[in-house]
Design a protein around this ligand. Structure first.
Ligand code: PLP
Length: 445
């Protein structure tokens, strides 16, 4: 079932250190400037690359006036008024106590708030010791993958969030790609992630799944999610379930609802204030796992991270106040469900095939034959807009991106995360103009 493997092992390094150069010689050729001691294979994450290309063409940064951030993965950071969304806190008190070093595993108040949040919402019974706080979702994911044992093989969907590929490469993680095709509707069965064909008995499997998915919006919920978590708790299995978009699905969705024995598992659930709580700039995320695994992560924090900003953690405590959470969650589901529906209908009207699931704040779309997402994007750049080409979400591509043709050339991700209700007509008009002109120029009927 798996299409490609990363052969690198945890113990190998991807480039050798630069040799020292002698710069003292006064005869002979001018010495070359010393090369960087840092690795060369460090391109920015795909979404950032799109932003840099956009700036080169449009001359302004994405986000400035008259730009359209359809490539961007951030939510609205203002209250979702149309659907009764609550205010966002405007300040936190910082006392002498908060100027001390933070605790490696997180502020006790925030760990308690996060544990309480899962217990209230997903009928589970976790303790604050099952929670570790990070400076956003990414650092938590990076840390878990960085400290996997060598016998762990990660399984990752062929179409996933671009940052995973960078993280897998930079942590030298051993991974295999699970096929995502039109035939399986970009939503392979749970069993595909845990297929042991060809594996030796020593190998353990850890799928990394964004649920709801970025970029496809496909979501494992109800019985399907229950089955996934049952598989994840079996011997030699685990899971890193990235629930950044947990609220962007009717009813909200977390694997925690189905975990039976967290303490004896390798279940890692990650969450953050970034999307549903509408605060990407506050930089708070967390990992929920067994106490033993949390202790290992927090030992890393003691020498490699130093904890997380107290003011940010205190702000997150305010965001997670239970009555506020109820209102905010309802508003997020209503606002983004409505946006998903009407943008989806607009794309269908244009003759674009919509493969989006029922979660997240992205549409997963396919252009007609004869067109490519890359060219569409270049045309959009000139009009102050951008989408994310599926190339960047292709987990089977080489990291250096050279000489590789993705099977998803005609696919792209459209984000309605940052879009205000009132820009809908203007956004659809602009997209339609660029798309229809490109279709005409490409001679597509
Ligand atoms: C799938 C996924 N996981 C996690 C995150 C959270 O990232 P962070 O909190 O580091 O901004 C994002 C944000 O884009 C995401 O799309």
């Amino acid at each position: 079932m798996s299409t490609s493997t990363n052969a690198s092992s945890k113990s190998s390094t991807s480039s050798s250190p630069a040799k020292k150069q002698c710069t003292r010689s006064i005869v002979g050729p001018t010495p070359a400037p010393s090369s960087s001691m840092l690795i060369d294979d460090m391109p920015p994450m795909g979404i950032y690359e799109t932003l840099y290309k956009f700036k080169d063409v449009f001359g302004e940064h994405m986000g400035t006036k008259n730009t359209h951030p359809w490539s961007q993965g951030f939510p609205l950071t203002t209250p979702l008024e149309k659907f009764g969304g609550p205010e966002l806190p405007s300040s936190v008190d910082v006392t002498w106590n908060d100027r001390f070093y933070p605790k490696a595993w997180g502020h006790p108040e925030l760990r308690t708030a996060v544990a309480g949040y899962y217990n209230d919402n997903y009928d589970c019974e976790i303790d604050s010791e099952n929670v570790m706080i990070f400076a956003g979702g990414r650092p938590g994911i990076y840390t878990v993958l960085n400290f996997l044992k060598e016998q762990v093989e990660v399984r990752i969907g062929n179409v996933e969030w671009p940052a995973y590929l960078d993280i897998l490469k930079q942590t030298n993680t051993n991974y295999k790609v699970v096929p995502f095709t039109k035939e399986n509707n970009f939503h392979p069965p749970n069993g595909d992630y845990y297929d042991r064909t060809g594996l030796n008995a020593a190998t353990h499997i850890l799928p990394v799944i964004s649920n709801p998915s970025n970029p496809t919006g496909h979501t494992r919920a109800g019985e399907e999610l229950k089955e996934l978590m049952e598989m994840a708790e079996q011997n030699k299995n685990g899971i890193l379930l990235d629930e950044a978009y947990e609220w962007f699905h009717e009813g909200s969705v977390s694997g925690m609802e189905y975990v039976k024995d967290l303490e004896n598992s390798n279940v890692f659930i990650t969450g953050a204030c970034t999307k549903g709580l509408q605060c990407p700039g506050i930089r708070i995320g967390w990992v929920v796992a067994s106490k033993k695994n949390i202790e290992t992560l927090s030992n890393y924090s003691s020498f490699g991270m130093g904890g997380v900003s107290h003011p940010s953690q205190l702000y997150a405590v305010k965001l997670l106040e239970p009555e506020r959470v109820k209102k905010a969650k309802r508003a997020v589901q209503d606002h983004y469900g409505w946006q998903r529906e009407r943008y989806g209908a607009a794309f269908k009207n244009l003759g674009i095939t919509v493969y989006t699931g029922d979660g997240g704040f992205y549409h997963w779309l396919e252009l007609p034959e004869g067109m490519t997402a890359k060219e569409l994007n270049e045309r959009l750049f000139a009009r102050g807009a951008a989408i994310l080409c599926a190339f960047d979400c292709d987990m089977a591509r080489p990291h250096d991106k050279s000489e590789y043709v993705t099977p998803y050339e005609r696919f792209f991700r459209f984000s309605f995360g940052p879009l205000l209700p009132e820009t809908f007509e203007g956004d659809v008009k602009l997209f339609s103009e660029v798309y229809n002109q490109y279709k005409k120029d490409a001679g597509v009927a």
